[in-house]
Design a protein around this ligand. Structure first.
Ligand code: AFP
Length: 282
């Protein structure tokens, strides 16, 4: 595991450099979800694949940018699922983006995630590492080293509301939930990049990030293995909650296909209780 984490730190430096110096704009290919890929998406994916190839403990890797699993070492213990550069639609407008890694052992389900790491490429480069059973740890890049900033613990209640997806397609009960939080005084904080948006709520100690099922996409948009489960681990270990639209912990998600998506809600206890109330029986 340590070797994988060290590699992810090296990858973060390379992707940060790529974002700063690489070409902007789209390539001529699309990924398996049908999104046209940015040149940066493809190059970030190549960096990760290249770096992971010589790590013996990795059995296989699955990228959000590719349809298929890539087998690496038959005797490896872990499968690493990753989104090389989350936030393709905002990176060329110079908003913060991120890379997300979920490390799984023994099957691709929520209960088998053993660690998650995400990197935020913003005004600063930061990393949050969560090993199952321990608090997430926050790091900041200083020079070419990630320096520990401390453990992350969420409060019972926050002040931020980050509601994803297209509002015109929200179910009425979801609309009421989001509106009721604003009526209580919550402030809107949504950039369109789940990594910086979830990172802000974690570091500020509370709030709600939601990406619901909608009338056009009942299963939401965010991908279980690369996005939803890795962040669920960080939130839950920080003392917060992460649930789906049935109120079930996202760490209980069962996936059938690597690119499955799920409605998801990440937040402190107070806000998640409000989600359960709004979605009860729906
Ligand atoms: P892109 O990589 O296509 O920009 O998607 C980013 C993302 O998966 C996630 O980071 C955001 O939270 C979410 O999409 C934003 O989606 P909406 O614009 O539908 O709210």
């Amino acid at each position: 595991m340590e070797k994988i984490i060290n590699k992810i730190e090296e990858i973060a430096l390379k992707i940060d450099n790529l974002i700063k110096t690489g070409e902007s704009g789209y390539s001529e290919t699309s990924n398996q979800t049908g999104d046209i890929q940015l040149k940066l998406d493809i190059q970030s994916d190549e960096i990760i694949e290249e770096e992971f190839k010589d790590v013996d403990s990795i059995k296989a890797i699955i990228s959000e940018e590719k349809e298929d699993i890539l087998n690496l070492n038959e005797d490896g213990e872990y499968v690493v699922c990753y989104d090389p550069l989350d936030g393709s639609s905002i990176v060329d407008y110079n908003l913060s983006v991120g890379s997300i890694f979920g490390i799984y052992k023994g099957g691709l389900n929520g209960e088998n995630i053993v660690a998650s790491i995400y990197i935020v490429y913003g005004p600063r480069v930061e990393m949050v590492k969560t090993i199952k059973g321990s608090k997430p740890i926050h790091y900041r890049l200083v020079g070419d080293k990630f320096v520990e900033q401390g453990e992350i613990t969420m409060e019972q209640k926050g002040k931020l509301n980050a509601p994803g997806s297209t509002q015109k397609n929200w179910y009425p009960y979801h609309k009421e939930l989001i509106e009721s939080l604003f009526q209580e005084g919550y402030r809107l904080r949504y950039s369109g990049g789940m990594v910086p948006d979830l990172h802000q709520i974690l570091l500020k100690g509370g709030g709600l990030f939601s990406y619901p099922g909608t009338t056009d996409k009942p299963k939401g948009k965010l991908r279980d293995l690369f996005e939803v489960i890795p962040f669920a681990l960080a939130y839950i270990e920080a003392g917060a909650e992460a649930i789906d639209d049935k109120g079930i912990s996202l760490l209980e998600l069962e996936t059938e296909h690597p690119h499955d998506t799920s409605p998801c809600f990440f937040g402190s206890k107070y806000e998640i209780a409000k989600v359960r109330e709004a979605y009860n029986g729906k």
